[in-house]
Design a protein around this ligand. Sequence first.
Ligand code: ADP
Length: 199
Amino acid sequence: MTLIVGLTGGIGSGKSTVGQYFADLGIDIIDTDVIARMLTEPGGLAMNSIKNSFGETMIAADGSLNREKMRDLIFSDSNYKLALENILHPLILAETLQQVRKALSPYIIIAIPLLFETNDYDKIIQRSLVVDCEEEQQILRTMKRSKLHENQVRAIVATQIPRTSRLQKADDIIVNNLDIAYLKAQVAQLHKKYLSLSL
Ligand code: ADP
């Protein structure tokens, strides 16, 4: 069976950047965030259920999910968050499995921001890889990338598993608190390790 690695880490820790470097090495990356976005684009598979459960106000003029409104709603009440997750998670999982079946590289990486917050992927992945950095760095990088305010980023971080718990659960860790060269070197090292594990 092909080795499947679950890539996770807090928001802004560097998951997408790490995923891109593995992709540059020829590894198939399945990104559950990209899948979630695809499902909520105009005509996306989740849009009918979202419209039925949340009403037209959550649908933007082009038929996609109104992300900003939805973000405000789910932060105001965790029942709404749960309702949205109940729609999205099974669809994300199904699409992930389809992409796993199509993947051809010696091992596969699935980027799952909330890997340790759900048990959806326990039976699919064999190892977890955590990208870690200092919380202050994580917050600054996310503010810059996503044009969010510090309190918005801190609110998102507060909904994620605490850093220490995440690190305890990790099989492998990438430390992303220095420059990109340091990050790339760790990816290259792990690539060798995963290739040898997938023989
Ligand atoms: P995630 O996918 O975990 O949310 P990203 O990979 O998008 O995180 O990284 C967050 C931001 O930080 C991006 O703008 C990325 O270019 C930048 N970044 C990531 N790692 C580094 C690094 N080592 N040095 C400087 N900037 C970085």
